[in-house]
Design a protein around this ligand. Structure first.
Ligand code: FES
Length: 148
């Protein structure tokens, strides 16, 4: 089956922004995609409630790379609250869409951001759950996947 990717998806896949890791990051998130088992790690640097830097690394497909690249661009320079409002749908729209079978890949970026913010809160001694709700863990997901 042939998929059509938008030019923006191809650009962010071929030249992903913000790949790597941040030494001494203020928050690190790691999540797994429950559908395919791919893994993403997200690092954030936070100053006065603003995400001043963000980087990601993924063991994931092209759509996961493109959506994460776009997601990092969209949250850099934004407040934590704004970053938490970023949905995978908004990221997909910014990329001019994804083929339907790849929509689940975009969830990885959204969850990785949430996981990194939760880690940031924990490091500040703040329980993230009352603020953000329950946070999914990569390990729970991937284990479930392998047990099936
Ligand atoms: Fe795994 Fe896309 S197929 S994230």
């Amino acid at each position: 089956m042939a998929f059509t990717y938008s030019e923006k998806v191809m650009d962010h896949f071929a030249n992903p922004r913000n790949v790597g890791e941040i030494e001494n990051a203020d928050g690190i998130g790691e999540v797994g995609n429950s559908k395919c088992g791919d893994i993403m790690k997200m690092y954030i640097e936070v100053n006065d409630g603003v995400i001043t830097d963000v980087k990601f690394k993924t063991f994931g497909c092209g759509a996961a790379i493109a959506t994460s690249s776009m997601a990092t661009e969209l949250i850099k320079g934004k407040t934590i609250d704004e970053a938490l409002k970023l949905t995978n749908k908004a990221v997909m729209e910014a990329l001019d869409g994804l083929p339907p079978v790849k929509v689940h890949c975009s969830v990885l970026a959204e969850e990785a951001i949430r996981s990194a913010v939760a880690d940031y809160y924990k490091r500040q001694g703040i329980d993230p759950e009352p603020i953000m709700g329950k946070i999914e863990s990569a390990h729970e997901h991937t284990h479930e996947e392998f047990e099936e």
